[in-house]
Design a protein around this ligand. Structure first.
Ligand SMILES: Cc1cc2nc3c(=O)[nH]c(=O)nc-3n(C[C@H](O)[C@H](O)[C@H](O)COP(=O)(O)OP(=O)(O)OC[C@H]3O[C@@H](n4cnc5c(N)ncnc54)[C@H](O)[C@@H]3O)c2cc1C
Length: 440
């Protein structure tokens, strides 16, 4: 079958890329290994519970809303309050995360000294030419150690499940680094750049976030082939330049878009492009364990408030944090219960994934009791292990990406998309997928 483009991988990156290309009039196929599309985005009904095994929500970026509207999912999209409170568990209790300048001054999360240090940030000298600075060094240099430990580090584990000491500040938070460069201060720069900008809502769908990839796949129709695991790719000097082999079938095209996790992309490219495959294999991933639990409201006596909480690592707990799923969106649990989605593991505690389900459930139930201040035991609904959950933008990441780009220059029509490159969030994957479609 000769096509304009073959897209490999039916996660949100591959789907967005295929959608963008189809809108531009290209004939495409998308090959997905599993029985359904979505990749890390997985929602499952279990009785009256709606369980998210990957992302629970995502920011309603302009591009995301555009796609949602164009595939007819507008009426199914639901928004959580943009100001849903977030909490940090520190020194045995939950503290509200400060989200405005006044709250920063009054928060119980930081000592008086740390607040003074924070307010001094605009006067900390801008540093240029420090090379690839770690995220930890960047934040400590600008804001001090306490702000790093109690605010930034939990936040980083919430996004990347990462270890900030090993991550590249420029790769993981390019906007933060750019604020220092442009304004000489992250605080001042944030205030300046926030002017006139609405705060984005967190969104999902009535039947869960998986509705988004499903809706995209429906829109793409026959172009989407599931149960089509790509084994290898052959490169040719003349048209068709790429022959993709999946389940005994061959798909030929002059353009090839690979939307797989880095290690899977490496596997199908090893034969044709060993140097590129080696670079892709260097990208590390952090594991995550997702544990869903419920409480009966009558027993618990209260409904957990806000978005959820993150745990400061010095508390000595294994729980990274939890999302109050049934508080955030309606119809996530039976009326008489609440649903929490808890996370363990990440780059700072990778070994937790070796524990068995019963041990993991036990840890979550007992640590949650401590955090929520209740002796009521949580019911464990499911334990889900993701050995390579989130790519880590480690020191040297941007250098590696430059080498990858250089190798791709020699392969016309070959493109990579995916969360391991330049943004892990769902809206980032959508944006990069669409950008790729334009540049191709
Ligand atoms: C637990 C968890 C929580 C998260 N929470 C959030 C959140 O709250 N908000 C947010 O914005 N983001 C969140 N993220 C991040 C976000 O979900 C991911 O970064 C994003 O979904 C990744 O999409 P992707 O298409 O790049 O990769 P993937 O989703 O990994 O898709 C890759 C696809 O390729 C397929 N594939 C693999 N090998 C082959 C092959 N050989 N042939 C064909 N197909 C193949 C796979 O089956 C898969 O469908 C979370 C991620 C996880 C894991």
């Amino acid at each position: 079958m000769m096509l304009d483009v073959v897209v490999v991988g039916g996660g949100i990156s591959g789907l967005a890329a295929c959608y963008g290309l189809t809108c531009k009039g290209y004939s495409c196929v998308l090959l997905e290994a599993e029985a359904k599309v979505g990749g890390k985005i997985k929602s499952l009904r279990k009785g009256d519970y709606l369980l998210e095994y990957g992302p629970n929500s995502c920011l309603a970026s302009d591009k995301l809303v555009e796609i949602v509207n164009s595939v007819g999912l507008k009426d199914e999209m639901i928004a959580a309050g943009p100001r849903a409170a977030r909490y940090v568990y520190f020194q045995g209790r939950l503290h509200k995360v400060p989200t405005n300048p006044l709250a920063l001054v009054t928060t119980s999360l930081l000592s008086f000294r740390a607040k003074l240090r924070l307010l001094r940030e605009p006067f900390v000298k801008r540093q240029v030419g420090v090379g690839d600075e770690s995220l930890r060094d960047f934040v400590v240099r600008r804001f001090g150690l306490e702000v790093y430990e109690r605010l930034f580090a939990p936040f980083i584990s919430g996004i990347y499940a990462g270890d900030a000491a090993k991550m590249s500040a420029t790769a993981a938070f390019p906007k933060l680094v750019a604020l220092e460069r442009q304004y000489g201060s992250v605080l001042y720069g944030t205030l300046r750049s926030m002017r006139g900008r609405g705060s984005g809502s967190l969104v999902s769908f009535d039947s869960g976030l998986e509705r988004l990839p499903q809706g995209l796949a429906t829109g793409l129709g026959d172009a989407v082939h599931t149960n089509a695991r790509v084994q290898t790719v052959k490169f040719r000097a003349t048209s068709p330049r790429y022959i993709v082999i999946a389940g005994g079938k061959e798909f030929a095209a002059d353009r090839l878009v690979i939307g797989l996790p880095a290690y899977d992309a490496a596997a199908i490219l090893t034969e044709a492009l060993p140097e590129l495959a080696a670079l892709l294999n260097e990208i590390e991933y952090a594991p995550l364990v997702v544990v869903h639990v419920s409480y009966r409201l009558e027993e618990l006596g209260f409904s957990p408030d806000g978005f959820g909480f993150l745990v400061v690592r010095t508390e000595g707990l294994r729980l990274l944090g939890a999302i109050h799923s049934s508080t955030l969106f309606p119809r996530r649990s039976p009326q008489e219960s609440v649903l929490l989605t808890c996370f363990l593991g990440g780059a700072t505690d990778p070994d937790v994934i070796e524990l068995d389900d019963a041990e993991l459930g036990e840890i979550v139930a007992s640590e949650l009791g401590r955090i929520l201040g209740t002796s009521v035991r949580a019911d464990v609904l499911s334990v889900w292990k993701i050995p390579r959950a989130i790519p880590q933008y480690s020191l040297g990441h941007l250098d590696r990406l430059r080498k990858i780009d250089k190798l791709l220059e020699g392969k016309p029509g070959l493109r990579l998309v995916g969360n391991y490159l330049r943004g892990v969030s769902v809206p980032d994957c959508i944006e990069k997928g669409l950008e790729m479609a334009t540049s191709l």
